[in-house]
Design a protein around this ligand. Sequence first.
Ligand SMILES: Nc1ncnc2c1ncn2[C@@H]1O[C@H](COP(=O)(O)OP(=O)(O)O)[C@@H](O)[C@H]1O
Ligand SMILES: Cc1ncc(COP(=O)(O)OP(=O)(O)O)c(N)n1
Length: 557
Amino acid sequence: MPRVLSIAGTDPTGGAGTAADLKSITAAGGYGMSVVTGLVAQNTHGVRDLHVPPVKFLAAQLHAVSSDVTLDAVKTGMLGTAEIIATVAVWLDDVRPPILVVDPVMIATSGDRLLQPEAEQAMVTFCRRATVVTPNIDELAVLTGSPRAATEDEALDQAARWSAEMGVAVIVKTGHLDTLTVTNTWLSPDGTRIAVPSTRVDTTSTHGTGCSLSSALATRLGCGDTPAAALAWATDWLHESISHGAALRVGSGHGPVDHGHRARRLAAAASSAPWITPDAVPHLLETPADLGTSRAGNDGGPAPAVASAGPWTAALWAAGEETTAAIADSDFVRALVDGSLPKHAFGFYLTQDALYLNGYARALAALAARSTDPAAQVYWSQAATGALTEEAELHRGWLGRNSEPAPTPAPSPVTAAYTDFLLATALGEDRAVGVAAVLPCFWLYAQVGAALPAVPADHPYAAWLDTYRDPGFVTATEQALAQLESEMAAASPAVRATATRAYLTACRHELEFFDQALRIEPGEASAVQGTAIGTTRSPGSTSPSNTAAAQLAGSTR
Ligand SMILES: Nc1ncnc2c1ncn2[C@@H]1O[C@H](COP(=O)(O)OP(=O)(O)O)[C@@H](O)[C@H]1O
Ligand SMILES: Cc1ncc(COP(=O)(O)OP(=O)(O)O)c(N)n1
């Protein structure tokens, strides 16, 4: 765990300055410390007052830390005056931390000055010590002595010239430009560029984004990440934090980002609480109404895009509506739709999808073997073949894109738990229970597909999203629903209850399956995947999307 020091000003509302830095360092996996340069009376509307303690006291704070603690990374934020810059510079030249990220804070989004104009030149010289400097568009103009860049290309040109002249890496951030994509580009003095694009979040919760990005970056670099990995991590994490900032309801101006969102999401995913409580389903189900009365019922939940096949499947839909809604509202689906899903997460999802399809095909084949009705035998056999065809297409695409043979990917715990559950249920339980277990893959996937908006052709996952809309998949889902409806009608009350539990369990596995892609680090993902290619997890359709593969291959991430 890197020991990371922030040297910055305060924000009593916790959105910017040292408070944001400490939250960001913690979120990025570091031990955070802070030395205060100035006390700022500010809130989400702007700065009201600024108190700068004597620099002697600043030096005392700096030496108190460095005489006791080894520093793996330092980030500087608001320095305020030339005297403060000089004091920090002398200390840095003595301590020489291995990583120094300089956020050359000059003017807050509110328009308030956080660096005296006469200190701007001192800030330029100070930047020479940095591993990397993270100016916003306005700060870049001041540092480079240029007019404010109107486009990303102009900003990149300014930064490239300055970086080469100063011998210092710089990140060009396009948050302040009027662009749909916000890109953070790391430029090294030798001209190397690493661009990390993300979609722009339509929000006013952007207070302290620069502080947060630079602190997270310092921490990841302090962890030993490469510049590319550190910048990708910080950008993705910040995107999630910005997306959920408004829900914090902090202040009525430019609110803070939710630094802790990712940590809470991962903690929730790690909970070992049972998915289905003992009282969720009665032990005996005589009629569909028995299920409806024990659950909230379908009052206000999402309607099924593919209609239920009768009262039993309607009751099951109602019982599972909470999970169905959670999938539609999941960060994964949102990110897939708005295009912000990181490429490593998408690639990991596809790899796990292929592994899943193989297990799913075996469960479908088991149902075919256990069916006695010829129509059911044909249906389950064809569904199994469809799933295997999809898997084969996925591997063909993969091998076609790589000269080296792809490594055999390993199933994630989530994928293994889902496929093991499906196989055990399809082979070991009553047939109706097996049919209930395989249904959510059809039904919930069709649900996601029906809710997808039209996306522009240059959307990174446009072709992939098209695969969700396959009409053949809707037909396959209707048939699976008809199978389950008749199985439930013919089953005993006890088997119906077990089938209901299996259906609800599979719904939850679906949610986990989607969500798992946002729980993987880029390095972990690349260990189990090659070049990401497109396919679909729809067992009845046969349209793997190599266009999606081409689009992905062309994207910068
Ligand atoms: N509306 C937004 N949507 C997505 N990301 C954003 C948005 N605003 C800011 N960011 C992220 O925060 C980073 C810093 O924000 P920016 O506004 O450019 O700098 P500063 O906060 O220093 O003025 C950006 O590089 C980007 O990663
Ligand atoms: C104490 C303090 N430091 C820095 C800022 C400016 O924060 P920044 O991350 O650059 O983002 P905006 O809040 O300007 O969007 C600050 N306000 N206070």
